[in-house]
Write a protein that binds this ligand. Structure first.
Ligand code: ATP
Length: 693
């Protein structure tokens, strides 16, 4: 070995000790070697410990192209390639590519070099501590002539380079592990910190992309016999950053239906799909074909997260590069799978909790309203025979899920009966949700019943849960059902038949297990006959009818009801208990009670308020009021307007002309004082002069 050789070895040794990147190392090696050995192209091939996979660093000095540094193992297998030949006899060899091509006519790198007229190869093994870690391959146009010393030097250089290559790769491996750790940490942090699905998985996709570069990241739920659902999907649509994909992207492409093909079982095993395998999958799955055609997808990596009888969840990465994914990538993604699974399950649970929370929030408002109005069955006063029958029917039907229709005049206790029924039913732990069908315009009733999505119509600023959804597991009480507009009757019928509906502006079918109790003070049969109420809906509602008799039909209930209300009001108002005069009782029993129990309740409330002596005073109440409803007298009928006028006058008479306040006519008539004033004005009723509210 001459001085020049020695100094080269020293130089290389030093360079190796100080150089950490393989790029720099490769540059130094190339330049120094070229001073001694004439070559036009040089490659360092490294092997993994099992000699199964190789990585290639290549520099072509003739065309001045930048060196090729392979970050990923080369996909071409070593078995069956000329490399195998050198592995069998690892020593410095000089070969002519033309000879090799006879044996390996399809080996591309040699074909390429032959074409570029560099047929002379010098191959030297790279060994460290006796172990083969790679090959140094020099290609030249002219056949070099080596002295035996040169060959010895090359062997020595080979071991120096081997150490360098091993170091650089080990260093790289350490760096990759560090990066892997940092990515895993970032993914962990994202999974732990964020509750928003899109934001969370966007971070995860971006982090994972640092280790396993890809163009598509998708978490998907595959259902047996149904379309695949997207849980979180992102793609680099032309750019370098991920954008969220929505399910809607299938629409308008080939029709949503066309995309709804079953993919259950695809990626049931973790794997990489590329080349022929990938093409076979695109032939089988329309969605994959679409991705290949539209986005140029050429390879995929899939890992199942969980597999159940009827559905499975998978993580899919896809790339436009056919050789993008390596077995190491697959292992890495597999190692992350448990975290993804946990995060998805957490999110599912969290979203479920959110939905329940929203439902509870809605229910709460109702429950607060109900605290004062909750009816215990004991509050339901009615010792008369007819009311005993009513109570028996309520008790009979309460434990079932049967739809109940309660009919009766205003104030007969329909709502009280509905509440008592709910409270006797197994659903009493859940809410009774009431909807008054007469109180709102048609569109609002629909949204009250079924809810709406954000932006479903002007003014729909937020998503809103409908009462049917809210009453899931409980009872929905449709008060004044006879007032429901015909088109809504059709929609209500559908819910009753199918127990499912959609929110306004929504596509998702919502199921509700709500028990229905409907009430009306109209005679629904007459409404059906007049074409104002759908016969089919009537039959659906009238499964178990309960009729609440008018108070005048059960005079035996009057006194017990009076005592019940008296006790309540005296207690509520902290008033002393006063006696009831026989003549007053007689008068009250004889009265017709057009407003039924509600009217009786108001009369007593008023009496408790105004009475001061030892007896209750029924000021303004006249027992000479008609004892039967005018419709039943057979005489000429009054118009509704006249009837209303008379009724208001009677109320005013009783309150001494007072309209508002606790002793006013508005309380007696159970309407808003402003409304009463407006009606009085319309009907031309003057206030009694001299009486102030
Ligand atoms: N049997 C009863 N025992 C005790 N209170 C009753 C009874 N029936 C009715 N009430 C009381 O009378 C009032 C009116 O009853 P409720 O609101 O249930 O009648 P409704 O038939 O639903 O009336 P509307 O048709 O006007 O809605 C309520 O305050 C209720 O508590």
């Amino acid at each position: 070995m001459n001085n020049q050789d020695e100094s080269l070895l020293l130089y290389l040794n030093e360079a190796i000790a100080t150089t950490r990147t393989k790029e720099k190392l490769f540059k130094i090696v190339t330049e120094k070697l070229r001073l001694i050995f004439p070559f036009d192209s040089i490659a360092i091939i490294t092997f993994d410990s099992t000699l199964q996979q190789k990585r290639i660093f290549l520099r072509d000095l003739l065309d001045g192209a930048p060196p090729i540094m392979s970050d990923q193992p080369d996909a071409t297998p070593i078995a069956g390639s000329p490399i195998e030949l050198f592995l069998r006899e690892p020593r410095v060899q000089q070969v002519d590519i033309a000879d090799l091509l006879i044996q390996y006519p399809d080996y591309l790198p040699f074909k390429r070099m032959y074409k570029r007229e560099m047929p002379n190869l010098t191959i030297s093994p790279l060994r460290t501590s006796g172990q083969l870690v790679g090959l140094l391959v020099m290609a030249a146009r002219r056949r070099p002539t080596f002295a035996p010393d040169d060959l010895t030097l090359l062997e020595k250089i080979g071991s120096v380079i081997a150490v360098a290559v091993s170091n650089a790769l080990a260093f790289e491996e350490v760096a990759r592990r560090e990066q892997e750790k940092s990515v895993q940490l970032s993914i962990n942090n994202a999974l732990l910190s964020s509750k928003n699905r899109e934001q969370l998985f966007h971070t995860v996709a971006t982090e994972l992309d640092r280790l396993v570069p890809c163009d598509y990241f998708g978490l998907r739920i595959q259902r047996r016999g149904a379309a695949t659902e997207s849980f979180a999907e992102f793609a680099k649509l032309g750019g370098t950053t991920f954008q969220a994909l929505s399910e809607d992207r299938w629409e308008g492409l080939q029709g949503r239906e066309a995309m709804q093909v079953e993919t259950f079982g695809l990626f049931a095993e973790p794997g990489i799909h590329t080349g022929e395998d990938f093409i076979a999958l695109t032939a089988r799955y329309r969605m994959l074909r679409h991705a290949a055609e539209q986005h140029g997808t050429r390879s995929m990596l899939g890992v199942p997260l969980w597999v159940k009888q009827d559905h499975m969840a998978v993580l899919v990465l896809a790339s436009r590069n056919p050789h993008n994914f390596t077995p190491a990538d697959l292992e890495l993604v597999k190692s992350l799978a448990p975290q993804f699974t946990l995060a998805m399950q957490n999110l599912f649970a969290f979203e479920q909790i959110e939905a329940l929370r929203a439902q509870l929030e809605q229910e709460k408002t109702y429950l607060i309203d109900e605290i004062n109005t909750t009816a215990k069955f004991e509050d339901f006063v009615g010792p008369s025979g007819v009311m005993q029958q009513v109570q028996t029917r309520i008790r009979q039907v309460a434990p079932t899920d049967t739809t109940v229709l309660i009919q009766g005049e205003t104030g007969t206790g329909k709502e009280l009966a509905a509440r008592a029924l709910h409270n006797l039913s197994p659903r009493r732990e859940r809410a009774l949700i009431k909807l008054n069908c007469a109180a709102l315009p048609a569109q609002l009733i629909e949204s009250e019943l079924f809810g709406h999505e954000k932006g479903a119509f002007t003014g729909a600023h937020d998503r809103r849960i409908g009462k049917f959804e809210m009453a899931d597991g409980g009872t929905i009480f449709l008060d004044e059902v006879g007032e429901l507009p015909l088109d809504l009757q059709a929609k209500l019928l559908r819910v009753l038949q199918e127990k499912e509906f959609e929110r306004i502006g929504g596509r998702r079918v919502i199921k509700s297990d709500a028990r229905v109790i409907a009430a009306t003070n109209r005679i629904l049969e007459d409404e059906v006959a007049a074409g104002r109420f759908r016969a089919d809906l009537y039959y659906r509602l009238n499964v178990f009818p309960i009729r609440l008799p008018a108070l005048r039909e059960r005079p035996d209930d009057i006194e017990p009801l009076m005592r019940h209300f008296l006790e309540r009001f005296t207690k509520q108002m902290g008033k002393p208990v006063r006696g009831l005069r026989e003549r007053d009782l007689r008068g009250l029993r004889q009265y017709g009670w057009p407003g039924n129990v509600r009217e009786l309740e108001h009369v007593l409330e008023q009496a408790v308020i105004v009475s001061e002596g030892p007896f209750l005073e029924f000021a303004g109440f006249s027992a000479t009021r008609p004892t039967v409803a005018p419709t039943e007298t057979g005489g000429p009928l009054k118009t509704l307007k006249e009837q209303e006028r008379d009724h208001i006058l009677a109320a005013l008479h009783r309150t001494g002309g007072r309209v508002s306040g606790p002793n006013g006519a508005a309380v007696l008539l159970d309407i808003n004082p402003k409304t009463l004033e407006a009606r009085m004005k319309k009907l031309g009723i003057q206030r009694t002069v001299g009486v102030a509210d």
